[in-house]
Design a protein around this ligand. Structure first.
Ligand SMILES: [Zn+2]
Length: 402
């Protein structure tokens, strides 16, 4: 492990990193957090981000991308010369919890979305400004995108999927989610599922029960068959991402001890590794339920909801080398390779368009609680890193891609 060159003053910061302004970054974060934006209703926060960028002189576009109540926010910093485009992408929506207003106290930024992920978006915005203030890029450009509909179960990722499908993408993407322990190179895809088992008749006293299947027994059989599937899937395993799986989280049936119930509902998840697609896993799950229904004389209604498809980062892509050099310049060593512990929008860029995506954001915590926080110094580090990656990824490339 290299220990030299840790940035404690021994080496001067690259100019683009020195151009990062912590006060400006925090003002942006506070303005974004101050606009409540539960998933599906992130319009006010999107308008605020658009205003921040416009006040700063950036041209802003607002493509609805299938969600006109909160159009996405798109800004560009172009060198005017050919070259690659680096994208910074974040989601402006927050989980549906009581609103907590923004506050900066010492080294902590708090409030709704401080960790997940308005603090990170503010760092990306500050990186955009720093690159401009330090003289811009030699080639190519930066594309900043922000959107709604990220958090499940209220959102389904469709606004970002639409941006990707409409070609509003860069050649590589940085996502400032609250994760920086490793460089995530693989992640499982997943869906949540619900299966409702029904027999034809109404609920009746158990002494009067008709000759119909017990939905509770069929529910138990579904648990057994899914356990068998899970055991089979566990053979598909990756040391970093974990194993493919089928999981049962809830089972509900009956309302009183002597009533013959009419329905049994189970819920859970199904996860898979790169190489499997959502459609494959979905079809397999539905076939398993259809076979059970046919074997037991019940009807089984299945609903599945995609979280995100699986994720992989090609470590031989030039973007990965650029990211690691920039990281090493600031921190003194390269980031270890790891798995992605959650699904995020990087999965959509890879599965939807084959675009390399790196999730790397501030040290932060309390995501999906009312006690979110982000470390202020680390927000500054992320802004410096993003700015440096941009200048290194977008050099002057005569005859490069337009
Ligand atoms: Zn997030």
């Amino acid at each position: 492990m290299r220990t030299e060159a840790r940035h404690s003053g021994a080496h001067p910061l690259p100019a683009v990193c020195a151009a990062v302004n912590a006060k400006r970054l925090l003002e942006t974060a506070v303005r974004l957090i101050a606009k409540p934006s539960p998933t599906g209703s992130a319009g006010a926060a999107a308008d605020e981000l658009a205003a921040v960028l416009a006040e700063d002189g950036f041209a802003v576009e607002r493509p609805p991308a299938g969600h006109p109540t909160a159009p996405a926010v798109v800004a560009r910093l172009s060198s005017g010369r050919p070259g690659r485009t680096l994208q910074f992408n974040g989601h402006l929506d927050t989980v549906h919890l009581p609103f907590v207003p923004p506050k900066v106290s010492g080294d902590r930024l708090t409030g709704s979305g401080a960790a997940d992920m308005k603090g990170g978006i503010a760092a990306a915005v500050e990186a955009l400004r720093a690159v401009r203030d330090a003289g811009g890029l030699a080639g190519g450009g930066i594309l900043l995108t922000a959107h709604d509909l990220h958090e499940t179960p209220w959102g389904d990722g469709s606004q970002l999927d639409r941006l990707v499908a409409d070609g509003i993408v860069g050649n590589a993407v940085l996502l400032p989610e609250y994760f920086n322990a490793a460089l995530p190179v693989i992640g499982r895809g997943g869906f949540t599922w619900a299966a409702t088992i029904r027999r034809p008749g109404p609920p009746v006293h158990e002494v009067n029960r008709p000759n119909e299947p017990s939905v509770i027994a069929v529910g138990a059989e579904l648990v057994t068959r899914l356990a068998r599937l899970d055991a089979e899937l566990s053979r598909q395993s990756d040391p970093l991402a974990g194993a493919a799986s089928a999981f049962v989280g809830t089972i509900q049936s009956g309302s009183i001890y002597n009533e013959f119930p009419q329905t049994c509902r189970l819920e859970g998840t199904r996860r898979w590794l790169p190489g499997t697609r959502f459609a494959d896993a979905d079809q397999q799950f539905r076939a398993l339920c259809a076979a059970l229904a046919s074997d037991t004389g019940t009807a089984i209604e299945v609903e599945t909801r995609l979280m995100r498809d699986a994720f992989r980062l090609d470590t031989s892509d030039p973007f990965v080398g650029v990211f690691q050099s920039a990281y090493a310049t600031l921190v003194g060593e390269r980031l270890p390779i790891g798995g992605k512990p959650f699904v995020d929008d990087g999965n959509s860029f890879w599965s939807g368009a084959g675009i390399p995506a790196v999730t790397h954001g501030p040290t932060a915590g309390g995501a999906h609680t009312t006690a979110e926080w982000a470390n202020v110094d680390d927000l500054v580090r992320v802004a410096r890193l993003y700015a440096l990656v941009a200048t290194m990824y977008c050099p002057d490339t005569p005859g490069g891609r337009a």
